[in-house]
Design a binder for this molecule. Structure first.
Ligand code: CAA
Length: 301
């Protein structure tokens, strides 16, 4: 029996490429009002500019009418703090892949949101069980029913970039996640127009436990001088029909994000096959974070 998602209002934390994309599919496909928060007013401005561009493109292509685009745009509103998200039924955290940041946001969400609201994370590698534990919040007795209810409502809802285009959402339940919360998250992802898979709560889940070693091997090929950047990408694009070569894809995801995920895999498994390449480490040290910073394996004017 399918469960209704019951999300009448959504919160999104982070207006970067993932948060913005999640707001977009929620407003356009699931048609729910969205409150979005980001600590950077510039990021909110950039996010809304991209949102308008995506809507204009869909109108030009005849995928929606001007009226539908305006309705979708009106559903999304920026708010200056989590405290303003009190009435949301679910909040999706989509900030950078940094556990202390996610942990403090989950603690704050559990304090400010209604006790029945779902606390979702778009994390691409960090343990949902660990993030759920942070939802218990400081000062709450870990053995109390308040603590168990807070952790039960945390779930992983992992979208892919670019969110409006990629068809998949990977769901992850932590040890504490209630089955009903997982079912509602699944129903919501489907309402956003996505297909859903589920993964156990292991470092990187299914998607990044497979993708990141592949990207890392491509970087190591470059580092060892086995082939040029262009030939590595060309091999996978033309030889295996991948839409992007692995170095282009790494730039597109963000080299800082790739490194953060690879470190989570390496530290979480102690398996040397996940050790990030030194070249990737150095490029992130240099501030070459890929497309978003103007330079990665390629340059972006
Ligand atoms: N945002 C929204 N829409 C976008 C977009 C973006 N950033 N980039 C492209 N599109 C849309 C285009 O508008 C176009 O839409 P229509 O079909 O409506 O015309 C469609 O995507 C195809 O675009 P293009 O023809 O311009 O270019 P393309 O055919 O090369 O496709 C691509 C672009 C979809 C990004 C394709 O190159 C691709 O699939 N690349 C691989 C992406 C991928 O692997 N993503 C997963 C990354 S891993 C991740 O996100 C998770 C993680 O945890 C790290």
């Amino acid at each position: 029996m399918s469960v209704a998602h019951g999300i009448k209002r959504l919160g999104v934390l982070g207006a970067g490429q993932m948060g913005l994309g999640i707001a977009f599919v929620s407003a356009v496909h699931a048609r729910v009002p969205v409150l979005i928060n980001d600590h950077s007013p510039d990021q909110i401005k950039r996010g809304f500019a991209l949102f308008d561009k995506l809507l204009a493109k869909d109108v030009a292509k005849g995928k929606m009418t001007q009226t539908e685009a305006k309705e979708a745009r009106d559903r999304v509103q920026a708010v200056e703090s989590i405290a303003k998200m009190r009435d949301v039924d679910m909040c999706v955290e989509a900030v950078s892949e940094h556990f202390p940041l996610k942990s403090s946001l989950f603690s704050s969400l559990s304090t400010h949101l209604r006790p029945d609201a779902i606390l979702a994370s778009n994390t691409s590698s960090i343990s949902i069980t660990k993030i759920a534990a942070a939802a218990v919040g400081e000062g709450v007795d870990a053995k109390s029913s308040v603590a168990s209810k807070s952790a039960e409502r945390a779930v992983g809802i992992h979208f892919f970039n670019p969110v409006p285009v990629m068809k998949l959402v990977e769901l992850i339940s932590g040890l504490q996640t209630s089955p009903n919360v997982l079912d509602r998250a699944r129903a919501f992802a489907i309402a956003c127009g996505k297909e859903v898979t589920t993964s156990k709560d292991v470092p990187g889940f299914v998607s990044n436990a497979l993708l990141m070693p592949f990207i890392n091997e491509a970087i190591m090929c470059l580092e060892k001088g086995i082939a040029s950047r262009d030939d590595i990408d060309k091999t996978l694009k033309l030889g295996m029909n991948h839409p992007m070569g692995p170095l282009t894809l790494a730039d597109f995801i963000g080299l800082d994000t790739c490194l953060a995920i690879q470190r989570t895999l390496y530290e979480g498994t102690s398996d040397s096959k996940y050790r990030p390449s030194i070249l990737l480490e150095r490029m992130v040290d240099a501030g070459w974070h890929g497309k978003k910073s103007g330079r990665g394996f390629y340059e972006y004017p």
